[in-house]
Design a protein. Structure first.
Length: 64
């Protein structure tokens, strides 16, 4: 796995954490949940191509 994807995921995590703190302090708790879900969806969308590649590699190794 490339190190670049790990840095991107870490950056998204930091941004989401900061936004959650700012929104929580300002009393916008409903937006903190939306921000967390948006961050999770973005990370999952980034990981889908890598997961497909992983499953195809596993399939080729075990000749399924």
């Amino acid at each position: 796995m490339e190190v670049e994807i790990l840095f991107k995921i870490a950056a998204i995590g930091i941004i989401v954490a900061v936004l959650n703190q700012v929104l929580s302090r300002s009393g916008r708790d409903e937006y903190t949940m939306i921000t967390t879900l948006a961050g999770l969806i973005i990370v999952l969308m980034m990981l889908i191509p890598h997961l497909v590649e992983l499953f195809s590699y596993i399939k080729s190794v075990f000749e399924l």
